[in-house]
Write a protein that binds this ligand. Structure first.
Ligand SMILES: Cc1cc2nc3c(=O)[nH]c(=O)nc-3n(C[C@H](O)[C@H](O)[C@H](O)COP(=O)(O)OP(=O)(O)OC[C@H]3O[C@@H](n4cnc5c(N)ncnc54)[C@H](O)[C@@H]3O)c2cc1C
Length: 399
């Protein structure tokens, strides 16, 4: 594997860097500690995110690696990786993790020509945002057991049921929904994928406040919601196959390691300038060793993310599920370890947010709280390990 960048790639990286440096000067203050919280948690953060989506869309940067036939730039996955890396280094919004990150690649693989023409253009231009309607109160890790029904009646489907933990549903224009179209079926058989306009009558979104009080997550209820049959993606009752492919787009996760590097940089500055018992924290052997170890772990994680790009380039848009699971598992747990360590060395003051007494403006405690959910979201650590054992290492599948 050769990861050195060509002259053109270095120029592209500089172009991305110049853009985000300039644009982030006008970002609302909430973009200091966590992009996702800022994107969905406040009106100003959400408005800035949507404005940025359009700017990135205008430049064609939301569809860099999409094939040209569907309106993309046809750029390499390395160019896409460079874009993600630079954007994450500024903690910049503008990329809808669900629309761009999951639904668009799914449409490219599974949608018919009419759907590609109708649904991909607004995503690529940054005009619409999506949320992910998969999990239900009794179907998370065991997603295939979901119960929300979508029953065909003429040229429509009637949807009844509910979804839970739907990130950003209260700020999204659309949802990609997984529902049971064959009520007699069980598990993966009889499921289908739909594009849903969130303004359709009968959809109710209720907030599910996070432990720090932020509103990022929701419950979504469907009562006799009428969906046009043209919004079924792929073949009826074969949505599980489509969804398994979508899952692979959720887990490349270079963001963890870029974000981790930024956080560690801040932390190193903090320990070099903060005294405890008469000496700088950076002189404490335990602190030094711990930071050195976290730094090594970050570089290991970065290599895992680069390995995914390598595998993707070898095999096209999709990548090896096992490598994706490795990066998700390692990255989410590493972010928890970094923020846990940061709040530990800050002592009681480390629990303060938005106060003049809060070290590093309370960023570390915010990241600590935010990170609690990330090794559950998008497949828990146990599920990732199970996938690595089964898909990656060829052990029998756990049932
Ligand atoms: C912050 C956050 C954001 C989310 N955003 C979304 C979203 O936008 N859209 C969406 O659809 N969903 C979303 N989710 C839901 C998420 O996908 C589920 O929470 C996750 O898949 C786990 O499901 P569960 O909560 O039902 O837990 P369970 O599946 O009930 O798991 C409970 C525990 O049992 C363990 N476990 C379960 N099965 C196994 C097994 N086979 N082997 C070993 N251990 C097992 C799990 O690892 C876990 O520790 C989000 C969740 C979080 C926390």
């Amino acid at each position: 594997m050769d990861f050195s960048l060509t002259k053109e790639q270095l120029e592209l990286k500089q172009e991305f860097d110049d853009f985000f440096k300039e644009e982030m000067k006008s970002a609302p203050p909430e973009y200091g500690s966590g992009g996702l919280e800022a994107m969905y948690g406040t009106d100003a953060g959400s408005a800035f995110h949507k404005q940025m989506m359009r700017k990135l869309g205008d430049r064609g940067w939301l569809s860099l690696a999409w094939p040209k036939e569907v309106g993309g730039q046809g750029a390499s996955l390395t160019d896409q990786f460079i874009f993600n890396e630079v954007r994450e280094s500024y903690d910049a919004p503008g990329v809808d993790i669900f629309g761009i990150g999951m639904f668009a690649p799914t449409l490219i693989i599974a949608a018919n020509d009419e759907q590609k023409a109708r649904l991909l253009a607004p995503i690529r231009k940054g005009e619409v945002s999506y949320c992910q309607g998969w999990s239900e109160p009794d179907a998370g890790s065991d997603l295939a057991s979901l119960q929300t029904l979508a029953i065909k009646e003429g040229d429509h489907y009637i949807v009844n049921g509910s979804k839970i933990w739907t990130t950003g549903a209260h700020r999204s224009d659309c949802m990609f929904l997984l529902a049971r179209t064959d009520p007699e079926s069980n598990r993966g058989k009889g499921l289908s994928v739909f594009h849903v306009d969130m303004n359709t009558p009968g959809i109710e979104v209720k907030p599910l406040l996070y432990m720090d009080g932020s509103h990022l997550y929701n419950e979504v209820f469907f009562k006799d919601v009428k969906l046009p049959a043209k919004d079924l993606i792929g073949v009826e009752n074969e949505g599980w196959k489509v969804t398994r492919e979508t899952m692979n787009f959720e887990r490349s996760n270079v963001g963890f390691f870029v974000k981790g590097r930024n956080v560690l940089k801040e932390l190193i500055e903090y320990v070099k300038t903060t005294k405890r018992n008469g000496r700088f924290l950076s002189e404490d052997q335990i602190v030094r060793r711990k930071i050195a170890q976290l730094s090594i772990d970050l570089e290991v994680g970065y290599t895992l993310a680069e390995k995914i790009i390598y595998l993707q380039q070898e095999g096209g848009l999709m990548f090896a599920a096992s490598a994706a699971s490795e990066a998700k598992l390692f990255g989410s747990e590493l972010m928890q370890r970094i923020s846990n360590f940061a709040t530990e060395i800050m002592g009681l003051y480390g629990q303060l947010e938005r106060s003049k007494w809060a070290p590093l403006n309370g960023d570390m405690v915010e990241i600590y709280q935010f990170c609690m959910g990330i090794n559950i979201a998008a497949g828990t650590s146990e599920i990732q390990k199970s996938l690595i054992a089964w898909v990656g290492l060829g052990m029998p599948r756990f049932k």
